[in-house]
Design a protein around this ligand. Structure first.
Ligand SMILES: NC(=O)c1ccc[n+]([C@@H]2O[C@H](COP(=O)([O-])OP(=O)(O)OC[C@H]3O[C@@H](n4cnc5c(N)ncnc54)[C@H](OP(=O)(O)O)[C@@H]3O)[C@@H](O)[C@H]2O)c1
Length: 327
């Protein structure tokens, strides 16, 4: 797979990474199997999808343990990223906690579960409105000095927050939602991250599976968080098929799958943009990773850029305020 670096000064990574959340948490449980997930993570390394993303909140905790097991003996081949600052309660509602003392304790837990002595990228999952960002970011910067993390990043932060943090200690990465149906980050944040040589890691680059054209409404049930997201509800789900139809049209023309087109479009947004599609299936991993070498022609990009906006918001009130970003 083609490579880039994790921002201007970071380690080399494949043009497409791997998000591990859905292996343990968040979406439908059908097909969830730790042994297969471990194979998926190891195959990702074989294919050059070396940026491996997890978080303590996923599971909670079990996803980091899973990633740790998969990387045993292969730690050096991965650029390992985890997160702190979103804390699930017993009812699976997320709460923000970015207090310095909490962060200092959380990294120890993450290192133990991952079975490593440092992580390559430690990301603040959400800025905590109850804590001055300078305090949270200062605590993260201390972890770099202590050698427990190589670099620090933000997730779902505003441009102002990114600038504020960057003035205290370099922001290595920003992880926020970016896909064909979620483009807000293109306006201000990505021009800034590209100019500053900061990595931008699109999460949910496949629109949580929707943009692949394979997601059926019948798959969404139980604890699957998409059941609470407006875009996936009844009429919106149906109306948004128009977006999939357009992606499919482009995909047929360029000889790729809709999911590959969705991923290649995110890669085309910048030199330091590295999407982290999530899957727990080997066949999907292979398909997604192959998109790292797909370069979309200008007319395809123009057509994708002109697509209509989706029906429905990204996050719903039912998910609680902590999960949603600042916007
Ligand atoms: N920072 C944050 O707040 C935040 C929020 C959300 C996610 N993330 C990170 O971003 C990563 C990716 O986002 P995501 O997993 O939410 O969404 P995504 O990558 O857009 O989509 C994942 C979904 O698409 C399906 N899928 C993957 N490849 C496919 C393919 N080729 N064909 C058909 N379906 C396919 C997966 O199914 P299977 O699982 O069944 O393969 C899964 O249901 C996460 O794993 C996590 O690491 C971060």
């Amino acid at each position: 797979m083609r490579t880039t670096t994790l921002g201007k000064n970071g380690p080399q990574v494949g043009r497409i990474g791997l998000g591990c959340m859905g292996m343990s948490w968040g979406y439908d449980e059908a097909g969830r199997d730790d042994a297969t997930s471990i194979e998926v993570i190891q195959r990702a390394l074989d294919l050059g999808a070396t940026l491996i993303d997890t978080a303590d909140a996923y599971g909670p905790y079990s996803n980091e343990q899973l990633v740790g097991r998969a990387l045993r003996g292969r730690r050096e081949q991965a650029v390992l990223a985890t997160k702190v600052g979103l804390v699930p309660d017993g009812a699976r509602q997320l709460h923000r906690n970015a207090r310095p003392e909490y962060i200092r304790g959380a990294i120890e837990g993450s290192l133990a579960r991952l079975g490593v002595d440092h992580v390559d990228l430690y990301q603040l999952h959400r800025v905590d409105p109850a804590v001055p960002l300078a305090e949270s970011w200062g605590a993260l910067a201390e972890l770099v000095t202590a050698g427990k993390v190589r670099a620090i990043g933000l997730s779902e932060a505003t441009l102002e927050e990114i600038k504020e943090a960057d003035a205290i200690h370099p922001v290595a990465s920003v992880q926020s939602e970016l896909s064909l149906w979620t483009r807000e980050q293109l306006a201000e944040v990505i021009p800034y991250t590209e100019e500053r040589g900061i990595a931008f890691l699109p999460f949910a680059p496949l629109g949580r599976g929707f943009l692949t054209g394979r997601l059926q409404a019948s798959q969404l049930s139980g604890d699957d968080m998409r059941t609470k997201m407006p875009r996936f509800q009844g009429e919106a789900f149906d109306a948004n098929q128009a977006i999939v139809a357009k992606v499919r049209e482009v995909a047929e023309r360029v000889g790729a799958t809709p999911g590959q087109v969705a991923l290649a479009w995110t890669v085309s947004q910048g030199e330091y943009v590295v999407p982290i599609p999530g899957t727990k299936r080997l066949a999907y991993l292979e398909e997604n990773s192959a998109a790292g070498d797909l370069v979309l022609p200008a007319d395809a990009l123009a057509e994708l850029d002109a697509m209509p906006a989706p029906v429905g918001d990204r996050y719903g009130a039912a998910m609680g305020a902590a999960a949603a970003g600042p916007r």
